[in-house]
Design a protein around this ligand. Structure first.
Ligand SMILES: [Zn+2]
Length: 84
C-alpha cells in the first residue's frame, strides 16, 4: 500500500526537548513514512517508531492479505480434495 504523505515541520506546543530541555523548540514531521522529532535549538533528532496511523495501516493490510490467502486455501481444498 502507499506510504503516508510527508508532512511539513510543525512545532509541538508544550513539548520539551530531551536533549537541551528547551520548551517549544521541538518540531515534528514525517518523511518517507517515518515520524521524526527534531529540536531546532540544539539539533536533537529522534525517530518516532510508534506512529499510530502507520501501525493501523499495516495491521489492515496484513489482515486483508491473510483473508485472501485463507480464501484461496479453501478454494484449493475444494478443487483438489475430491478424488476423481
Ligand atoms: Zn534541544
Amino acid at each position: 500500500m502507499s506510504e503516508l504523505p510527508d508532512t511539513p515541520r510543525r512545532f509541538v506546543a508544550g513539548a520539551k526537548c530531551p536533549g537541551c530541555q528547551a520548551m517549544d523548540k521541538v518540531v515534528m514531521y514525517r518523511k518517507a513514512g517515518i515520524q521524526y522529532r527534531e529540536c531546532v535549538a540544539c539539533g536533537y533528532l529522534d525517530e518516532m517508531a510508534f506512529e499510530q496511523n502507520f501501525r493501523e495501516l499495516e495491521t489492515r493490510v496484513n489482515r486483508t492479505e491473510q483473508e485472501k490467502q485463507e480464501e484461496l486455501a479453501v478454494v484449493r481444498l475444494l478443487d483438489t480434495g475430491r478424488p476423481t
